[in-house]
Design a protein around this ligand. Structure first.
Ligand SMILES: [Zn+2]
Length: 284
C-alpha cells in the first residue's frame, strides 16, 4: 500500500519537530476528524497550524474514510499532537470523515488501509502495539462508536472483495441446529448496557422465558458457530472474552459482520430479525 507523502499532498514544512524512538512507541491510536470526508490533509494542517497554533498537522498519519487513501502526517518517528499527555507512546492515525451510527461512513478500503498501517507499525516496532481509540486516553467521543468498537474488536475486515476466513464456504446448506424463537419481547434487542431498557446486554441477569439474557445471547453465538463462524476465545470472533453472553464490542462486531453477510441492516444490535436469520437462512 502506498503512503501519500507530505510533498505529494503539498504540506507546509513543520515549524519545529522532535523525534520519538520506536522503543518508546507502545500504542496505535485511532481518531476521526468528525467532519466531511472531502477535507484534505492540507486543510487539516492549515487548521492545526493557523487556528490551533501547532507546529504541524497533529496526526502521524491520516486515512480518507471513503477512498481509503493513506497520507503521511508527521510520520512514524515524530512526536505528534493528537492526544494530550500520550503523544510519546502513541502513534496517532486520523480517519478523515464522520462515524455516524449505522451509516457505514468508514469504507472497507479505509479499514483495510488502517489495518495495513497498523501491521506496518507492528513490523517496524517488532512487537504488537496496543490498539486504542482517542477516548481511551482523553475526554472525547473520538473516534466515534463504530470505529471505537472496531478497534477493540481487533480490526476485523468484513465484506468487500476479500472475504474473512471465518465466512462459511460457497454452496448452500440449510440452517443447522434446532430453531430457537427470539426470546425477548417485540421490539427489544441484545445491545449495549448503556442503551434503553429494551437493549438487553446480559450484564444484569434479566430473565426471559425462564432463562437469563446471558444464556440467550450465548445460544445465538453458538448458532453462529454451527453456521461455520469461528467463534470463541482465541478465535476470529469473540476472541477475547469468548461466547460469554455479555454484549460488548465483540458481539457488536460479530453482529455487524453477520448482518453484512446476510444483507441485513448493519446496526450491530441483535433483534428478532438478526436472531431469526441465524436459525432459518441457509448457510452459503
Ligand atoms: Zn481524536
Amino acid at each position: 500500500m502506498d503512503i501519500i507523502s507530505r510533498a505529494e499532498w503539498g504540506a507546509r514544512p513543520p515549524e519545529s519537530r522532535s523525534t520519538v524512538p520506536w522503543s518508546q512507541r507502545t500504542v496505535f491510536m485511532g481518531h476521526y476528524s468528525a467532519a466531511s470526508a472531502t477535507q484534505t490533509p492540507r486543510q487539516i494542517q492549515d487548521y492545526h497550524m493557523r487556528v490551533k497554533g501547532w507546529s504541524d498537522i497533529g496526526y502521524n498519519f491520516l486515512i480518507n474514510s471513503v477512498t481509503g487513501l493513506l497520507y503521511e502526517g508527521r510520520g512514524w518517528n515524530v512526536l505528534g499532537a493528537h492526544c494530550a499527555g500520550h503523544n510519546t507512546e502513541a502513534i496517532g492515525v486520523c480517519i478523515i470523515g464522520k462515524d455516524q451510527a449505522g451509516k457505514q461512513d468508514v469504507s472497507d478500503a479505509a479499514r483495510r488501509a488502517f489495518k495495513w498501517l497498523y501491521e506496518e507499525a507492528n513490523d517496524r516496532k517488532g512487537k504488537r502495539l496496543q490498539l486504542l481509540g482517542h477516548r481511551d486516553r482523553g475526554n472525547t467521543s473520538c473516534p466515534g462508536d463504530e470505529i471505537y468498537a472496531w478497534l477493540h474488536a481487533g480490526l476485523p475486515i468484513v465484506g468487500g472483495s476479500t472475504p474473512a476466513p471465518s465466512k462459511p464456504p460457497a454452496g448452500s446448506k440449510p440452517a443447522p441446529g434446532t430453531p430457537i424463537a427470539f426470546p425477548l419481547p417485540a421490539g427489544w434487542y441484545f445491545g449495549p448496557a448503556s442503551g434503553p431498557a429494551y437493549s438487553v446486554s446480559g450484564l444484569h441477569d434479566r430473565y426471559f422465558r425462564s432463562h437469563t439474557d446471558r444464556y440467550w445471547l450465548q445460544q445465538w453465538g453458538t448458532q453462529l458457530g454451527r453456521r461455520g463462524w469461528s467463534i470463541g476465545k482465541g478465535k476470529t470472533w469473540l476472541g477475547d472474552a469468548g461466547n460469554d453472553g455479555i454484549y460488548g464490542p465483540e458481539y457488536r462486531a460479530l453482529a455487524i459482520a453477520f448482518q453484512a453477510d446476510q444483507h441485513l441492516t448493519q446496526d450491530g444490535l441483535i433483534g428478532k430479525n438478526t436472531w431469526d436469520v441465524a436459525y432459518h437462512n441457509p448457510v452459503r
